[in-house]
Design a protein around this ligand. Structure first.
Ligand code: ZN
Length: 426
């Protein structure tokens, strides 16, 4: 998890291997019940403290960090995922497709995140985002009609029951937003604006839950992964003192130790951070994500060689995980092994191009190995991913000039360049 302070309304993702795995565990039964493939739909966190969740294509469900922190329990998070999955399966995206950005490229995803940040109320200036004339089209992309909301509510309750998840979670989500209907639009959370909620919808939802819902017990796995995702996110976003006061009340001992490790690390207390994460690893010795956190602690404490070893172990335990592989690449770069770093980072990027840190580290590794055109294209993609289209365009132009015409990287640069030109045109 990135510790760097990000302005409240920047369009950015928070990529964390542990949290994303936890979200995938919670999403898995819901997505299957919706007839979607869990391998093809990712649940990804957007770094924004306002409450929102949205879909813009069939491959991503975006959840704001503010919403994950606020949700009361696992089933309410699963209700949010079920509702967004229903927007995908009920075809609410198809009528918007084609004329607006898709999240399949860095530039397209950056535009969608910029639109989400704008919808969250920051506007273009605050995020340094120029989304120009596409702004209104993108706002439409992220909002739904009342009819769509009603159908998504009904489908989501069916998915939850089919997945064995208590649909009461959906009512609990609605309850979180109760009272916001009375607020002026500018004071509402963006979830209220993108998913128009009113008393009729609330009553209908209670009806669906009463009709379909049995008294389903919460699964231990869901409780565990929800506590872990929320516990890790809060440990990195709230004050360390807050975390240290509450960690002992965590659902399990390993989660308590993981949260303490993160809090101590943020206080630059390496000794206690390592003691805590080693305690968590003692309880779950083959947990690649606790190993990943240990690697991060070592790396950010300037122990590059130890970090390389730890990330290598984590990567052995989760060989297909692109975020962990990215951590290994970052550690190798810090250990001044740019060629080894390049190999790990390229593999990480091939598996997942949405990690801005990997793109940043790749640009350093390319520069150190004399590949300036490649350094420019990944820099362009990184800016694009952050919605900084003007900077993205400048680097993409440079990459297009440097790279062999028609090559894969040249085409990626071309894609960023075209999107940047369209986005900054007024
Ligand atoms: Zn909705």
């Amino acid at each position: 998890m990135a510790l760097a302070a990000v302005p409240a309304r920047a369009a950015s993702l928070i990529r964390d291997a542990d949290i994303e795995y936890a979200l995938a565990q919670l999403a898995d039964p819901i997505l299957r019940a919706a007839g979607l493939s869990p391998a093809q739909v990712r649940v990804i966190l957007v770094n924004d403290s306002s409450l929102n969740a949205f879909v813009a294509d069939t491959q991503h469900i975006f959840i704001h960090t503010g919403l994950l922190l606020k949700l009361p329990n696992a089933r309410s998070l699963q209700a949010v995922i079920a509702h967004e999955a229903a927007h995908i399966t009920n075809g609410h995206l198809t009528r918007r497709a084609g004329n607006v950005a898709s999240a399949r490229t860095a530039a397209g995803l950056g535009m969608i995140l910029a639109a989400a940040a704008a919808a969250a109320g920051g506007g273009q200036a605050a995020a340094g985002v120029a989304i120009g004339t596409q702004s209104s089209a993108l706002r439409v992309l992220l909002s739904h009609s009342r009819a769509e909301e009603a159908s998504a509510d009904q489908s989501s309750v069916r998915y939850m029951v089919r997945a064995g998840v208590n649909p009461q979670g959906a009512v609990e989500v609605h309850e979180m937003f109760k009272g916001q209907e009375a607020l002026s639009v500018s004071r509402q959370d963006p979830y209220m604006r993108s998913h128009p909620l009113n008393r009729d919808r609330m009553r209908a939802m209670q009806g669906f839950v009463a009709a379909y819902g049995k008294d389903l017990p919460d699964s231990n796995a869901a409780l565990y992964w929800f506590a872990r995702a929320q516990g890790k996110l809060s440990a990195f976003t709230r004050a360390p003192g807050w975390t240290l006061r509450r960690a002992k009340d965590s659902a399990t001992q390993d989660i308590a130790l993981m949260r303490q490790a993160a809090a101590h690390h943020r206080q630059s207390d390496l000794k206690n951070a390592l003691a805590s994460i080693d305690g968590a690893l003692k309880l779950r010795p083959r947990d690649p994500f606790y190993m990943d956190l240990k690697g991060q602690i070592l790396l950010e404490s300037r122990q590059a060689a130890g970090a390389v070893n730890t990330y290598a172990q984590a990567s052995k335990l989760a060989p297909r995980n692109a975020l962990i592989l990215g951590g290994l690449g970052r550690a190798l770069l810090a250990a001044d092994r740019p060629r080894d770093a390049l190999s790990a980072l390229e593999k990480a990027r091939d598996r997942d191009w949405r990690d801005a840190r990997v793109l940043r580290d790749l640009s350093v590794a390319y520069a150190k190995t004399g590949q300036t055109g490649m350094a420019s294209v990944v820099t362009a993609e990184r800016y694009a991913l952050q919605g900084r289209m003007k900077d993205a365009g400048l680097h993409a132009k440079r990459a297009v000039d440097l790279l062999p015409r028609g090559s894969g990287p040249w085409q990626r640069a071309q894609d960023v360049l075209l999107t940047a030109e369209r986005a900054t045109k007024r």
